[in-house]
Write a protein that binds this ligand. Structure first.
Ligand code: NI
Length: 490
């Protein structure tokens, strides 16, 4: 008989996620991923001045506010019909880039590493599931030291962000038309020396640690495969037209690369706590009508789908889509890693593939930021003047550390009439859609090996490989029905 495990909440992620799995003969046979809170920012934004959007939407999340600021600013630029100057494009990229580096280092050392590295038997390292720890003692000890060093490096990332953002979290300087900060020579220098130290940490510590974990746990190259389809909006504009990006836009469907058309994005709510009449809408027409008592509902996340299909987003999608479009640096980095493991691209669709992709994403962005910094022109403008239009529509697509992030706006009488946000975790942690297709994390959990239902460490390894971020407004539920156990994961 199948046994049911409920992990609620999954800790060492951002926000509140409940995972339920059924296990039969040592394998997962059913999985449900539930976002246990209502974000509701769409409702808060209605009727407000559009120029507040980049400030308010940053409050969706204290970990990745810079991505919301970027998506909102691009959204407003498009609705206002304004083109920010080159300095603004570059400084926005540097702020977002700083947040990426912080977030990826946070994810590996402070959220995921304790699944693979045996921490000391004291807080904050306990309580936790007992993993099958396999690192040799000296390497394990080095990783624990790096856990502490990573805290210091993350602080440097925040300081770096604050140079052009004012503060972190929820920086102050992005606005439609540009940025309110100026690139003075002392700010450029201050940014550069911090970046150099962070780059050394990524190259000499983070990348080697990820590869060492991958070698010790190589079976996780075959665990947590997921849906296999990938989606990336592209990120870090390298020109003023927004056509050239550091990481490329695209989709990867059933083994083939394709181009992205946002008209093909729809959000389904059959199993989400929203009114059924909002099922299947494109986000530019999206509605957020909560229905907390809905019988079939099991999540506050809607289910975004592309052409009705399930897509994973995140560093894995960014790396694979740029790799297949022959972005030279990405191609070289991925080929080197695959050669080291004598493997082909297929192994990337896994728990370890996601960790490796995230580390390479981090390195690529850090290495690129230095050249952006040197393109700043201290005496040139950072802002193009603009006015709130009487009415209009906009769209802002970017990538947060965790994947594709889109903001959509409709302005009426100079006020926000409609605002819709689809976050990366909306894609990855989505529940079933109206065709009963499982979301990406749910699919990745299927067939996962669970030897001991009282210690389901493989489940949390899979979920954490996606680096889910469920924003922070508490609305916890108690699991209904009989469950085998309810766990707090340390
Ligand atoms: Ni977030």
């Amino acid at each position: 008989m199948a046994k049911r495990i409920v992990i609620d909440p999954i800790t060492r992620i951002e926000g509140h996620l409940k995972i339920e799995v059924e296990i039969d003969e040592g394998k997962v046979v059913n999985a449900r991923s539930s976002g246990t809170m209502l974000r509701g920012f769409e409702i808060i934004l209605k009727g407000r001045d559009p120029r507040d959007a980049q400030h308010l939407t940053q409050r969706i999340c204290g970990v990745c506010p810079a991505s919301h600021a970027m998506a909102a600013s691009l959204n407003l630029d498009s609705a206002f019909g304004v083109k920010p100057p080159e300095n603004a494009r570059i400084m926005r990229n540097l702020v977002l880039g700083s947040n990426y580096l912080q977030s990826h280092i946070l994810h590996f050392y402070h959220l995921a590493a304790l699944d693979y590295v045996k921490g000391p038997e004291l807080a904050p390292f306990i309580p936790r599931y007992k993993g099958d720890y396999r690192l040799p003692d000296d390497l394990n000890k080095a990783c624990v030291d790096h856990y502490l060093k990573a805290l210091e490096i993350r602080r440097k990332c925040h300081e770096m962000l604050a140079i052009f953002g004012g503060k972190m979290p929820c920086h102050m300087t992005f606005c439609p038309g540009g940025i309110t900060e100026s690139p003075t020579p002392d700010k450029i220098t201050n940014f550069l020396w911090r970046l150099k130290e962070i780059q050394s940490f990524i190259n000499d510590v983070y990348i080697p640690d990820v590869l060492a974990v991958a070698k010790a746990y190589a079976d996780y190259f075959a665990v947590g495969v997921g849906c296999g389809n990938l989606l990336c909006y592209g990120v870090f504009d390298l020109d003023q037209e927004g056509t050239k990006k550091l990481l490329y836009r695209g989709i990867y469907t059933d083994g083939k690369l394709g181009s992205l058309d946002t008209e093909k994005i729809n959000e389904y709510v059959k199993y989400s706590w929203y009114e059924d009449k909002t099922d299947g809408l494109n986000p530019k027409h999206g509605e957020t009508l909560p229905a907390p008592k809905k019988k079939d509902g099991y999540s506050w996340l809607k289910s975004p789908r592309y052409e009705g299909k399930v897509y994973e987003t995140g560093p894995l999608a960014r790396m694979v889509i740029s790799y297949l479009q022959n972005e030279p640096t990405v191609k070289k980095m991925i080929d080197e890693v695959l050669a080291e493991f004598k493997a082909d691209m297929g192994v990337l669709f896994s728990v370890l593939g996601r960790h490796a992709a995230r580390a390479l994403d981090c390195k690529f962005i850090a290495d690129s930021m230095e050249s952006w910094l040197l393109q700043l022109k201290p005496d040139e403008p950072t802002y193009t003047s603009c006015e709130v239009p009487e009415q209009g529509t906009g769209m802002g697509l970017t990538e947060g550390p965790r994947g594709a992030l889109g903001h959509w706006i409709t302005i009426k009488d100079k006020k926000i009439d409609r605002y819709q946000v689809i976050t990366p975790t909306n894609w990855n942690a989505s529940p079933r859609d109206s065709k009963r297709q499982l979301g990406p994390i749910e699919q990745a959990l299927m067939e996962a090996p669970v030897k001991d239902p009282a210690n389901p460490f493989s489940i949390v390894r899979i979920v954490r490989s996606f680096d889910p971020c469920l924003a922070c407004s508490v609305h916890l539920l108690t699991p209904k029905g009989k469950s085998l156990g309810k766990f707090r994961v340390g």
